[in-house]
Design a protein around this ligand. Structure first.
Ligand code: SAH
Ligand code: SF4
Length: 299
């Protein structure tokens, strides 16, 4: 930046660090054009990130951590625990790079890649400021979703910011009995504590909450589960996203048959719960929900 005084350059050099990402590998889905990137970070770590094309524009699914320490049993991102948090600039760089590489403008962002955004709260918050600022990327907060596995302390912090983003909560089970077996975070904050936090969040922000529910055959896909789920969501203005469980080679979880997924949806509808089945994108390049990893060589 030769257009600013040397003294200021020196000061910036001492105080600031903008981390970039480098494309280490790139895979394009032959089915739907979804692009998965493996990015190399400044310290030699790796993360993955996905660019998806929808009718309404381009969406980038960003990672917020290298790895994840939440240990959900069905997910590939946390298999080797957490290596480190991403800096706000590293989260931002995933969007800038995907835009540049494809010569497009990214209109939507989902914080649904590798990592738990509320376990990296300060950088996620900073990222939300930068991505939405008109001098930043100018992507409106209404076009951004943040997904959490249920970090209640983070939901409380986030509600204080009162941002118009969409909060997605990965519920995946209607009872503590089932949730405890697949999501260790439930032992710290159980479903009641989580849903109470969602209610408080909604009272402050007045935003509809999205609940993610990954359907796993024989684990959480029964009619009883659908009925229990509908019961628990009473009093929350929400939408349920049903995600057929995506394959991860290290575990044996399977998605239910599509007819059973549709049945589950109709059981919810019968109880007045709005649910959609999430379209699987990038299935041929392991770019679907829960399939992102931190290692080179697995692409
Ligand atoms: N850590 C955050 C955001 C990233 S994961 C969270 O857990 O919410 C994005 C979504 O994919 C979450 O709802 C997550 O539970 C889900 N997911 C993880 N593994 C999956 C799998 N194998 N199949 C389908 N969905 C999965
Ligand atoms: Fe982490 Fe989310 Fe994967 Fe759970 S589902 S291990 S919180 S990335």
């Amino acid at each position: 930046m030769l257009n600013i005084p040397a003294a200021l350059r020196k000061k910036l050099d001492e105080k600031c660090f903008i981390a970039n990402v480098e494309i280490a590998k790139k895979l394009v889905s032959a089915i739907d054009g979804t692009v998965k990137y493996l990015y190399r970070l400044y310290d030699g770590e790796y993360i993955e990130s996905v660019l998806m094309k929808y009718e309404h524009g381009y969406t980038v699914c960003v990672s917020t951590q290298v790895g994840c320490r939440m240990g959900c049993k069905f997910c590939a991102s946390g298999l080797n625990g957490l290596t480190r948090n991403l800096l706000a600039s590293e989260i931002l760089a995933q969007i800038i790079m995907a835009g540049k590489d494809n010569g497009i403008r990214v209109s939507n962002v989902v914080m649904m890649g590798m990592g738990e955004p509320l376990d990296n709260f300060e950088n996620s918050k900073r990222f939300l400021n930068l991505v939405s600022d008109k001098n930043g990327l100018g992507i409106g907060l209404r076009h951004i979703s943040l997904s959490t596995s249920g970090v209640v302390s983070g939901i409380e912090e986030l509600s204080k910011l009162n941002l118009p983003i969409t909060l997605s909560v990965s519920l995946h089970a209607p009872s503590d009995e089932i949730r405890n077996t697949i999501m260790p975070v439930n032992k710290k904050w159980n479903i009641k504590e989580l849903l109470d936090a969602c209610k408080r969040y909604q009272k402050i922000t007045t935003r509809r909450i999205s609940f993610e529910y990954a359907l796993i055959e024989g684990v959480n896909d029964s009619k009883e589960c659908a009925d229990m789920l509908a019961e628990r969501l009473k009093g929350i203005m929400c939408h349920v996203n049903l995600i057929p469980a995506n394959p991860v080679k290290e575990n044996s979880f399977k998605k239910p048959d599509i007819n059973n997924i549709k049945k589950f949806q109709s059981f919810l509808a019968a109880k007045g719960v709005n649910a959609t089945i999430r379209r699987t994108l990038g299935a041929d390049i392991n770019a679907s929900c829960g399939q992102l990893r931190k290692k080179e060589g697995v692409l």
